[in-house]
Design a protein around this ligand. Structure first.
Ligand code: UDP
Ligand code: MN
Length: 292
């Protein structure tokens, strides 16, 4: 089966603010060149919808120099951080769950104290319209997780960088670890009153629409889905794992991939951005490296 991209979902709103805001940023994370592909599409989608905020990507030392230069053409700031691993104060917690190292790196976003407020977005998210209004929210704002709605999903959240909070998070990680082995369990335990304390800190699900939830509650998606603002391709199979036909502009489905029609149309949207804006950058890089 092949499905094309869905039409532009967001209605024309009042439009983004004209003045750029330099002390606020969208932040994402990539710890390898593969996740960089997601970060680039996310960054490009924010640019396409004319965000007035800075775009920042956190990378780890293993990102190749070529990929760094491509990232610099989409993001305002490419900031290297070290992987949070057993050399850190979370040593003991990580020893029990060695795979934690990588997603705990997300906690480094609290060190970005050059910004007063940020919105973190996973590298496997994509914005469908301008979402700058997220900066009207306070720390810690996030959308419910579709698997356990009393938990928030840590793929999209509003936070205030602070070394004090950062150190408290590291201390908490060392003492308690994470109940799910990743950043989401840790953050839910740390911001444990999220579910009950302040409804203003509950982002609408439309700001973190998991493509798998679309599949579990189709009538709700049919009713509300046109207002989706951020898609999150959570789970093991990421958009870059699919095959895409550059001629027909359609995502190809085989036995190893499955998904509903809507999932596939979101995937096609991801691939449209990737093929139109990111592939040319990667190809230019390849040509430059070949001629060296
Ligand atoms: N991430 C990364 N490298 C990895 C795994 C995760 O850079 O090997 C970052 C990336 O920003 C990713 C986020 O951590 O979007 C959370 O991981 P993922 O999205 O794979 O988890 P899911 O949303 O599927 O639970
Ligand atoms: Mn994710």
């Amino acid at each position: 089966a092949e499905v094309g991209a869905r039409p532009e979902p967001c209605p024309a709103g009042p439009g983004p603010t004209r003045m750029s805001v330099t002390d606020q940023a969208f932040v994402t994370l990539a710890t390898d060149d593969v996740y960089c592909q997601g970060a680039l599409v996310l960054g490009q989608s924010l640019r396409n919808h004319k965000t007035s905020r800075k775009l920042t990507v956190l990378i780890t030392p293993e990102i190749s120099s070529g990929m760094r230069s491509v990232l610099r053409s989409v993001f305002d700031e490419v900031i290297q951080v070290d992987v949070l691993d057993s050399a850190d104060s979370v040593h003991l917690a990580l020893m029990q769950r060695p795979e934690l190292g990588v997603t705990f790196t997300k906690l480094r976003c609290w060190t970005l104290t050059q910004f007063s407020k940020c919105v973190f977005m996973d590298a496997d998210t994509l914005v469908l319209c301008n979402v700058d209004e997220l900066f009207d929210r306070e720390e810690f704002s996030a959308a419910p997780d579709s698997g356990w709605p009393d938990c928030f999903n840590s793929g999209v959240f509003v936070f205030r960088p602070s070394l004090k909070t950062y150190n408290l998070l590291l201390q908490f990680a060392a003492e308690h670890g994470s109940f799910d082995g990743g950043d989401q369990g840790l953050l839910n335990s740390f911001f444990s009153n999220w579910a009950t304390a302040d409804i203003g800190k509950h982002l609408p699900f439309l700001y973190n629409l998991s493509s798998s939830a679309v599949y579990t509650y189709v009538p709700a998606f049919n009713h509300f889905g046109r207002d989706a603002k951020v898609v999150h391709f959570l789970g093991a199979t990421k958009p870059w794992n699919y095959k895409y036909n550059l001629q027909t502009k359609r995502v190809m489905q085989d036995d190893t991939t499955s998904g509903s029609f809507h999932q596939l149309s979101f995937l096609a949207l991801w691939w449209n951005i990737y093929s139109a804006s990111i592939l040319p950058l990667l190809e230019k890089l390849q040509k430059m490296e070949e001629s060296e």
